[in-house]
Design a binder for this molecule. Structure first.
Ligand SMILES: O=C(CO)[C@H](O)[C@H](O)COP(=O)(O)O
Length: 262
């Protein structure tokens, strides 16, 4: 089964597998959304099953909640947890300051609430997600459905006044109909190419009526665990500036690969 995985999937897997080491008995853990976070949930499920790890997970989407329950993780709501020890999640882009673009999977609102309510946020990503400047990945913005076209026009006008490179905001679709988030909202994807000042951009966007939240995560992520297709892993911590290198063995994880293929 291992041979059928692409190098990117292997990179995502090793990042997730290494990040699972951050999870300790008794922790309340925020569980991210997306394909990399799904690997993490599977790894944690294996640790619950085989090692008796006791954790309570707060999922950031209905998809993740379903997977977490399927693999045997106890799921609680954020209001039950109130505060989390750790959140582990994927990202669409990260820069040298560990600022992020998230929301490619449409779960940015819950992801930001959960990460912000955590003592520590660990991002797991394949090396392809690292960028010098954020913005090549379209920036997701969650907007309420009421008057979304007016909100879109307001965002576009503001981007023009800010003189940013790309200026179009497109409604995310799910086939023929607009994509609907877990909170019943829409997503506008902002095609910016380059976000010179992500902190300012995040503040400006969130001030607009109709906008619920944007996918820029500024000063939220503490550590990034970067996976490579050959099993190498690099850990960077923004707080103490440490960089650590590791390598993971694919063979020991054959069960997980088999599970995913099933
Ligand atoms: O922000 C997210 C979902 O809203 C994901 O973490 C992000 O899109 C990365 O996804 P993947 O791990 O599948 O590449």
């Amino acid at each position: 089964m291992t041979g059928e995985l692409s190098p990117i999937d292997k990179a995502k897997f090793v990042a997730a597998k290494r990040a699972a080491d951050f999870v300790e008995d008794g922790m309340r853990v925020g569980l991210g959304t997306g394909s990399t976070a799904a690997w993490l949930v599977r790894c944690l499920g294996e640790m619950v099953r085989d090692e008796g790890l006791k954790i309570r997970g707060v999922p950031t989407s209905t998809r993740t909640a379903r997977l977490a329950r399927d693999v045997g993780i106890e799921v609680i709501s954020l209001d039950e947890a109130r505060w989390l020890d750790l959140t582990i999640d994927g990202a669409d882009e990260f820069d040298g300051d560990l600022n992020l673009i998230k929301g490619g999977g449409g779960a940015l609102l819950q992801e930001k609430i959960v990460a912000t309510a955590s003592d520590q946020m660990v991002v797991i990503a394949d090396i392809g997600k690292e960028v010098e400047t954020l913005g090549a990945f379209p920036l997701p913005v969650e907007v309420i459905p009421f008057g979304w076209q007016t909100t879109q026009a307001l965002i576009e006008e503001t981007l023009i006044s800010m003189d940013v490179l790309g200026r179009s905001a497109t409604l995310r679709m799910n086939g023929e109909t607009p994509f609907i988030t877990d909170e019943g909202n829409h997503i506008l994807d902002l095609h910016l190419n380059r976000i010179g000042n992500p902190r300012q951009m995040a503040l400006v966007i969130n001030q607009m009526p109709g906008v619920v939240e944007n996918g820029l995560f500024i000063d939220i992520c503490d550590t990034v665990v970067i996976g490579y297709g050959d099993g190498r892993v690099e850990l960077r911590d923004i707080n103490d500036g440490t960089v650590e290198h590791d390598r993971l063995d694919f063979v020991e994880s054959d069960n997980l690969f088999t599970d995913l293929a099933d």
